[in-house]
Structures are given as structure tokens and as C-alpha cells.
Design a protein around this ligand. Structure first.
Ligand SMILES: Cc1cc2nc3c(=O)[nH]c(=O)nc-3n(C[C@H](O)[C@H](O)[C@H](O)COP(=O)(O)OP(=O)(O)OC[C@H]3O[C@@H](n4cnc5c(N)ncnc54)[C@H](O)[C@@H]3O)c2cc1C
Length: 383
């Protein structure tokens, strides 16, 4: 059996960041991943993500978002890779909507540089957007887009350069403590490896790997889409347009400026279809494209061109739409993270550090009280 200092199971956003954090501390790491390299079948598919500081969902996340932004810049420098584009971020809806109130609270409490815009001003600055008349929006400066595929690969390459071993097509079926300390992991093919520390970041499958914790997670099927705008694409690129989230007719729509490689991203936040990650429909239906086109006809007619790509991707949601990042209560050398709820990617640099802290020292100086599993498991037991 091969032995390591630490094993990381699941090499998506957070596992790849944890592997990088662990090798930076000089640990010998094994990273294992059930699918092929680059084959993001969980929550990290679909090439691009929004990265922002103001969190209308949870205004208290702003300091962690700022630290993560710095973490991504550091990774860019460390690996010589370009990952982010700073575009600013626009979050709007009716004045009394949760998105506007939350965004205002976030920028106010954390002194985030921003402006407040009404529908007319939004359309004047970015003519492709035609929001409802009662729309108001917060425009923050420190927001943009990040290439999720390149970011994961940068972390993996960094880990490999520090002699981490990465095993793809290696599906964990069991992990167990061993007498004398440490843990063993076992693959579907019967391979076994051991380590003193274990990190579990298996995204939509995490319930299988910490079943005793009975985490009340739901897996939601999402369909990000990319379109060729009917207007000149250079007028809606990352140098001209912010990322945006708009509440329109009780649905949250979002978009990422035109990327010459990908197109203009427009989609829905929370499609509302709950699935099993092993049996989820991976084909995108006409009706789903039509749902986004109906929004574009109302609010972004010049975006409503040819569909360039659509990719099924999964949210792993907690009931309070934040994250679970914790140590396993029965096996303190094991730390795990389910950090999605549709907005967890940007935090990967900090989450990687937290996981590395938890397995190597048992604690962290990052503020993680709100991520403890007990808040969810106690609530679900009480129901
Ligand atoms: C459509 C969409 C849009 C999003 N938009 C944003 C956004 O704009 N901004 C933002 O910050 N966040 C966003 N998110 C959320 C963000 O992408 C997630 O928070 C993040 O990708 C979660 O990463 P993860 O590492 O937890 O999970 P994953 O990326 O799913 O990684 C888990 C990995 O574990 C592997 N695995 C599972 N089981 C096993 C096993 N038995 N053995 C070995 N490996 C296993 C899986 O194959 C997978 O690679 C979005 C998510 C989606 C789906």
C-alpha cells in the first residue's frame, strides 16, 4: 500500500485548492478523482464563474471573498496563468427585493466601492440590458469572471510540481481509520492507499462519503448557456460590461460578458430541478433554452442569438444556502467541505487553506463557525 501525508478525495474546485495548500506546507499528497482530468461532471463544469465581493445572499461573506480574490491573484502569479478578468458586478431587481437589500447591506457593512443605478442608467451604460422600469442595482468594482477550468488545472499543476501524485479514474468506495493512526482509502478497483490526514471534497457525491453525518444537502440541475449576441460582441466583452445578476419576474437571471472562446453567458440561478448526480439527465432540452430565450426577449434582445453551448452542471445546496466546512466528529483527522449552493467557487483559495489547517492542526484562524455541520444536522434532527 502506498502511503502519503495527506489524501484529498475529489479534485474539483475545493479539492484542487486543498491539494495546493497542502503541498505548500511541504506535505506529500495523493489526490484522487473518479473522472478523467478536466472532465468536470460535478459542480465545477462550464468553464467560467462570477467572482464578486458583495454577497447579497450572505453579506458577511465579503471579507472571505476579498481574501479569496487575493488568493486567486497569488495563484496567477505563482503559476504564470491568467485566470481572472475584472469587470465589476451589477446586482439588481425591484428596490425591496432580497438581492438589492442584501447587496446594499454587503457593500455598506464592508465598505465595498460601489454605485447605485436605476433602470435607465443601467440601459444607458450597457444598452444590451433592458431591465424592468422598477429595477435598481448595486454596481461593485471588485468583481469579475474567472476561468474555472484553468483555475483548477493551475492548482493541480502546482501540486504536481511539488511531487503530489494525482490519480484520475480512481473512485473512492470506502475510507476508514487504521489502528495506530491515519486513514486508508479504497477504490472501486480494490486499490488501497494510506495517509495521516484525509480531505473529502466530493461535491454532489459528498453525502456518500460522510453518510453518518446525514447532511441535508440537495442536488440541483443547472444549465449554463452561451449565446452569440446579435450585436457586435466587442461591445459586450469583459472590458465593456460587468457580470450581472438580475431578479426578473421572481427568477434570478445572471450573465457573464462575451468571451471570444465561449460566447455570452446567460442563465438562471436555481433551475429548481432536484436530481441524483448518478442518474441526472446530461442532455439539454429545447424547453430549457426557451426559458432563457424568453428572458432575453424581454430584457436582452440583442443577446438572443445562436446558442453556442449549454452544459449541465450541479449545485449542491444546503438549506441555508451557505457551506459546510468541518472536521468529521468521529475522525478528527478528516476534514470535508461542501461549498457550493451555487456560489462557492470563488472561495476556493481560502477553503483550501481552511481544509489544510483543519487536517494538519485541528483548527483554523479563518472564521468558520457559520460553516459548521452542527447548525444543519441539529436543525434537521429537530424537524
Ligand atoms: C452552473 C453553476 C454556476 C455556478 N456559478 C458560480 C459562480 O458564478 N460563482 C461562484 O463562486 N460559484 C459558482 N458556482 C458554484 C461553484 O461552481 C461550486 O461551489 C464549486 O464548483 C464546488 O466545487 P467542489 O470542489 O465542492 O465540487 P466539484 O467540483 O463537484 O468537485 C467534486 C469532485 O469530486 C469528485 N468525486 C465525487 N465522488 C468521488 C469519488 N467517489 N471518488 C473520487 N472522486 C470523486 C467529482 O468527480 C468531482 O470532480 C456555480 C455552480 C454551478 C453548477
Amino acid at each position: 500500500m502506498d502511503t502519503f501525508d495527506a489524501i484529498v478525495v475529489g479534485l474539483g474546485a475545493h479539492g484542487s485548492a486543498a491539494a495546493a495548500a497542502l503541498v505548500r506546507r511541504g506535505l506529500r499528497v495523493l489526490g484522487i478523482e473518479r473522472f478523467a482530468r478536466g472532465d468536470a461532471m460535478g459542480s465545477s463544469g462550464g468553464w467560467s464563474r462570477m467572482i464578486r465581493t458583495a454577497h447579497y445572499e450572505h453579506p458577511w461573506l465579503a471579507p472571505l471573498a476579498t481574501a479569496s480574490w487575493d488568493g486567486w491573484l497569488a495563484l496567477e502569479r505563482e503559476t504564470g496563468t491568467s485566470l481572472m478578468s475584472r469587470t465589476g458586478g451589477l446586482y439588481g431587481g425591484p428596490a425591496a427585493s432580497a438581492i438589492v437589500e442584501g447587496a446594499r447591506e454587503s457593500v455598506g457593512d464592508h465598505r465595498v466601492a460601489h454605485e447605485l443605478l436605476d433602470a435607465e442608467e443601467i440601459h444607458r451604460r450597457w444598452p444590451i440590458l433592458e431591465p424592468a422600469d422598477d429595477t435598481v442595482a448595486v454596481l461593485e468594482e471588485q468583481a469579475g469572471t474567472i476561468r474555472i477550468d484553468r483555475a483548477i488545472e493551475a492548482n493541480l499543476a502546482l501540486a504536481e510540481r511539488a511531487a503530489a501524485r494525482l490519480a484520475f479514474g480512481w473512485r473512492l468506495v470506502d475510507w476508514r481509520p487504521v489502528s495506530g493512526g491515519g486513514f486508508e482509502v479504497e477504490s472501486a478497483d480494490g486499490e488501497v492507499a494510506g495517509a495521516a490526514h484525509l480531505v473529502i471534497t466530493t461535491g454532489p457525491w459528498i453525502g456518500e462519503h460522510v453518510p453518518d453525518l446525514r447532511l441535508p444537502l440537495t442536488i440541483e440541475r443547472e444549465v449554463p448557456m452561451w449565446f452569440r449576441p446579435t450585436t457586435d460582441p466587442s461591445r459586450v466583452g469583459a472590458d465593456r460590461m460587468p457580470i450581472w445578476v438580475l431578479r426578473d419576474e421572481d427568477t434570478m437571471f445572471y450573465g457573464i460578458p462575451h468571451d471570444p472562446e465561449l460566447g455570452l453567458k446567460v442563465s438562471i440561478h436555481h433551475w429548481g430541478t432536484f436530481v441524483d448526480p448518478d442518474t441526472v439527465e446530461r442532455e439539454v432540452g429545447e424547453a430549457e433554452v426557451d426559458r432563457v430565450r424568453a428572458f432575453m426577449r424581454r430584457r436582452m434582445p440583442a443577446a438572443n442569438g445562436k446558442l453556442v453551448a449549454a452544459k449541465v452542471c450541479l449545485y449542491t445546496n444546503t438549506p441555508d444556502e451557505t457551506f459546510v466546512i468541518d472536521r468529521h466528529p468521529a475522525a478528527p483527522g478528516v476534514a470535508y467541505a461542501s461549498a457550493c449552493s451555487g456560489h462557492g467557487f470563488k472561495f476556493a483559495p481560502v477553503i483550501g487553506e481552511i481544509l489544510a489547517d483543519l487536517v494538519t492542526t485541528g483548527s483554523t484562524t479563518w472564521p468558520i463557525d457559520r460553516f459548521q455541520a452542527s447548525r444543519l444536522t441539529q436543525a434537521s434532527t429537530a424537524e
